[in-house]
Design a protein around this ligand. Structure first.
Ligand code: FAD
Ligand code: S2G
Ligand code: ZN
Length: 469
């Protein structure tokens, strides 16, 4: 179908405001880091599910591929078009309505284009809490959070998007609308179909809305920044705090000295609150629905025990909201700070929590043998067994030379991950970035089942082709 005809047909569905002008397309054609770039035939922004359905039907009949896009903060190149200028980027950002808020059912129903931070605020306005929290929450969307099964810093207590979702509405690759917005906690009538689309990265259909769980709002928190001598101390500390506080432990983030040093070097106002440097740091957060829950005392009791056991070298418990924010800024700033240090390689791996120290030891040894003085920016949601094992080039190595080592470095990290029966993607998905690695490391039977599902739901292969599978 010629561009003019196609454009006329699309404008006939979404109106002139529903198609991004040629001059403004570039923001939709590159990912957050500029690591993945493409050319969209058109960027289409439907306003509602009916328009999504009509555009998808039109594309299905015309054999035109679609790339669903939310906030475009994904880190695996899953939301950008290829460079054929044949694919339509379908941006869900205009679909940002709140369809229902039901505090008594503890659910909220929103459209895919709602920004995560806005959803957190909506839950708060309803006197409730929506726990998903990640560094990109100011621009990532609920549709993208679902499509990548996003995790973030509160998974330890609340789980990732799979656990936070009760129902979804989606447009299938042939344009059919699946009305799955059920607000039921129990529905044992066959396969749990919503879970097919959650984490599918837009390869099985376009998620247009979701029923999400809300939770009692925490009324007190306690946050500590802890200096650790070794990673095994971090694992012992998680269990110590959990034994003392149970599920009031809502966040436990581990950071290497290198990670923290990048942040204090590049992000103005970010300062390590502890006087003496340590090889590792942990950021620990407790929360409770009681206003006077003595969380600070509990945290101090746990840290004192760890100190006596030689696990903790030093610690500070935040004594103000400002200090809590400053500690989280140290943690959330790592991603951005690393960008200031030249080319980096990101690895979002997961292994059993107990294996974290052995993994780090083995992976560090492999990388130092591969490229001496490589800088290891190791941090992440260690309570979930999820490490962001990111690598920055050695100071005295050129970007080009570092790039020549890139695949050997990533292969080595994924081999070590596999030796611990781990996953090459804990929370960011596969996209383009990890497609080849997934072919090597995922169980072939699992890949076969995934391909069978993809061929059944998207026989023409028009939904986000080239991503994930
Ligand atoms: P996009 O990037 O637009 O799309 C991501 C994928 O979902 C693509 O494959 C796209 O095709 C698909 N998609 C998007 N919308 C839809 C839809 N409506 N229907 C079907 N498919 C769709 N992620 C974490 O899990 N945990 C973290 O802690 C975390 N921290 C981050 C920190 C920073 C600073 C940044 C930049 C990113 C971080 N991310 C993290 C990654 C990213 O924010 C998440 O993957 C997020 O869920 C992506 O949402 P998005 O709306 O930007 O999706
Ligand atoms: C985080 C961000 C991704 C990265 O900060 O938790 O998910 O590796 C990560 O920069
Ligand atoms: Zn993360």
């Amino acid at each position: 179908m010629h561009d003019e005809t196609l454009l006329d047909r699309i404008v006939g569905i979404v109106g002139p405001n529903g198609v991004v002008r040629e001059a403004d397309k570039s923001a939709y054609e590159s990912d957050w880091r500029g690591a993945y770039n493409g050319v969209a035939r058109f960027v289409v922004r439907p306003a509602n599910t009916a328009e999504v359905s009509q555009v998808v039907t039109l594309c299905s009949e015309a054999g035109i591929a679609i790339v669903p896009q939310g906030g475009n903060t994904g880190l695996c190149g899953g939301a950008v078009p290829d460079d054929s200028a044949s694919q339509i980027v379908l941006s869900l950002t205009r679909m940002n309505r709140v369809r229902a808020v039901d505090p008594d059912n503890d659910t909220i129903t929103v459209e895919a284009g709602v920004i995560l931070k806005h959803l957190q605020d909506l839950a708060e306005e309803a006197g409730r809490f929506f726990p998903l929290s990640l560094g990109a929450e100011g621009s990532c969307t609920i549709g993208g959070n679902l499509a990548t099964n996003a995790g973030g810093t509160a998974v330890l207590r609340y789980g990732n998007m799979r656990e936070l979702t009760l129902g979804i509405e989606a447009v299938l690759p042939d344009g059919t609308v699946w009305h799955g917005l059920r607000a039921l906690r129990k529905d044992n009538t066959g396969y749990d179909l919503k879970q097919l689309f959650i984490g599918a990265e837009g390869t099985l259909g376009v998620i247009t809305a979701a029923v999400l769980r809300m939770f009692p709002r925490p009324k007190s928190i306690a946050t500590a920044w802890v200096a650790l001598s070794e990673t095994s101390a971090a694992i012992r500390l998680i269990r110590r705090i959990q034994s003392l506080c149970g599920d009031r432990l809502t966040g436990f983030e581990l950071m290497s000295a290198q990670s923290v040093e990048f942040v204090t070097r590049h992000l103005p106002g970010c300062k390590n609150p502890l006087e003496h440097a340590a090889p590792w740091y942990a950021l620990i957060e407790l929360s409770d629905t009681q206003t006077e829950a003595r969380l600070g005392d509990l945290l101090e009791e746990g840290l004192a025990g760890a100190f006596d056991a030689g696990d903790v070298q030093d610690a500070v418990v935040a004594n103000s909201e400002t200090q809590v924010e400053a500690l989280w800024a140290l943690r959330e700033g790592i991603s951005e700070a690393q960008n200031h240090e030249g080319p980096s390689l990101k690895h979002d791996i997961s292994i059993a929590v107990s294996q974290i120290p052995a993994f780090i030891e083995k992976a560090d040894a492999r990388l130092n043998a591969l490229l001496p003085k490589v800088r290891l920016v190791t941090y992440g949601h260690v309570g979930d067994g999820n490490l962001h094992y990111n690598v920055s080039k050695p100071v005295d190595v050129t970007a080009e030379a570092f790039k020549e080592h890139a695949s050997a470095i990533t292969d080595a990290i994924y081999e070590v991950t596999a030796s611990f029966d781990g996953s090459i993607s804990a929370e960011h998905g596969i996209g383009i970035a990890k497609r080849e690695a997934a072919k090597r490391h995922k169980d072939p039977i699992e890949l076969g089942i995934m391909r069978a599902l993809k061929n059944t739901l998207d026989p023409k292969g028009l939904m986000n082709p080239g991503k994930m599978l």
